[in-house]
Structure formats: C-alpha cells, structure tokens
Design a protein around this ligand. Structure first.
Ligand code: ATP
Length: 206
C-alpha cells in the first residue's frame, strides 16, 4: 500500500519552510512521496491578491525538481472555479491505485483555521492529518483544537513538533519589495525566477 502526503498552499512563493515540513512529514511517517498542490483560487484568500498561478506553479516545480520523492500537481492551478481541498483530495484519490493512504500535511496556522473548510467530516474520512508546528503558534492551541475535532469527527490527527523554519511567504514578498536579499530563504532557482519575472516588486507587494 502506498502512503502519499499532500501539501496544499498558495506557495506565493514556495520557500524552505514548505520544503522542510514536507521532508519532516516524509521521514516521520515513512511516506512514499509528497504531492505539492499550488492552489488555484482558494476560498480563504479570495480577498488577497495572489501571483498568477503559472508563476507559482513554475516556482514549485523548480524547488522540488531534484527530489524524487517530491512531485507537483497542477490540478488546482488549471481549475477556473474556486477550489476546495475536499474536491482536490477526491481527484487525487482517483489518480492513485485503490487502497492508497493519504496524509494531508498542514502548518499550525492553517490547521487552526480549518473550521471554515468545506465538508470537514468527509475530509477527515479521506485523509489523516499531519500538523506541523509554526514558531509563533502555541502547541496548546493546536492540542485544544485536536480535542475539539476528535469529539466532533472520526479523525486521525497527528502532530510533529519538530523544529520547523521561521519563514513565511509574506516576509519573502516584503523583503523583495524592499530590495533585500531572499538568499537562504528560498532555493536559488526560485530566487532567480523571482528576479527574472520581477515578482513582488514594490508596486506588487503588500
Ligand atoms: P503567506 O505568508 O502568504 O500566508 P505561507 O508562508 O503561510 O504564506 P502557504 O502557501 O500559505 O505559505 O502555506 C502552505 C502550507 O504550509 C500551510 O499549511 C502552512 O501552514 C504551511 N507552512 C508554510 N510555511 C511554514 C513554516 N515556516 N513552518 C510550518 N508550516 C508552514
């Protein structure tokens, strides 16, 4: 039986924080591969300006190209409608052989906002959840939420409080906007891509 990790995100841009949580989940849970799924039009970020999906997808592809355990799905990027994680998971299930087990990898910040997700009951039936710490989010908040979900749903939520990296896409966009280096925060190829297409320059940044 295959064990597949899924990590969704806007990846605007992808950074070492994302790659690190994927690697930690891969090792801790003996997963066969991790699928990175850049979001198309995520419902929780509709009010925010997000970089064109083509750029975000290409940066993810560049970031994972040397790792045979990391693959990229363009499924959400090419959806014209708002995309819900539950529908993406159903699509993933259809792509893999029967009996494949799926794990959804998520940072503590996004985990604590899952109440607004569509059809959580069904989501928890389809995947196990792996929650990774994020420096400024308290472990106790995550534990309380896990207790709450465990009462509400038939779910399997595991935590990995390993050292994750204190980096966010927001900070990276800001640094680029301020003309500061983002070296050691993103893979070199991603840094070059951002320069080449002049992404996140002052007029584009928050
Ligand atoms: P932004 O700053 O634009 O909100 P982000 O850095 O949080 O972006 P996303 O693409 O929104 O990146 O995140 C995708 C997933 O990766 C989410 O589950 C998020 O919690 C997780 N994640 C991102 N960065 C980290 C990090 N440094 N440590 C742990 N989890 C992270």
């Amino acid at each position: 039986m295959k064990h597949i990790g899924i990590i969704g995100g806007t990846f605007d841009p992808i950074h070492f924080g994302h790659l690190r949580i994927a690697q930690i989940a891969l090792e801790e849970h003996n997963l066969d591969e991790i699928v990175f799924i850049p979001s198309g039009n995520p419902p929780h970020k509709l009010d925010k300006e997000i970089t064109d999906g083509k750029h975000r997808l290409e940066m993810v592809q560049l970031a994972v190209k040397d790792n045979p355990n990391f693959i990229v799905s363009d499924y959400e990027i090419y959806q014209s409608k708002v995309t819900y994680t539950i529908d993406t998971i159903k699509e993933m299930e259809a792509c893999y052989e029967e009996g494949t087990k799926f794990y959804f990898i998520i940072g503590a910040d996004a985990f604590l906002e899952m109440d607004s997700w569509r059809n959580l009951e069904y989501f928890f039936k389809m995947v196990d959840l792996i929650v990774l710490s994020r420096s400024y989010y308290k472990t106790s908040k995550v534990e309380d939420k896990i207790k709450e979900y465990s009462k509400q749903f038939d779910c399997n939520i595991q935590t990995v409080y390993a050292k994750t990296l204190n980096v966010s896409a927001t900070v990276i966009r800001k640094l680029v906007g301020w003309n500061k280096s983002i070296k050691y925060l993103v893979p070199d190829e991603v840094e070059e891509y951002i320069k080449k297409y002049k992404l996140y320059h002052k007029e584009d940044s928050e």
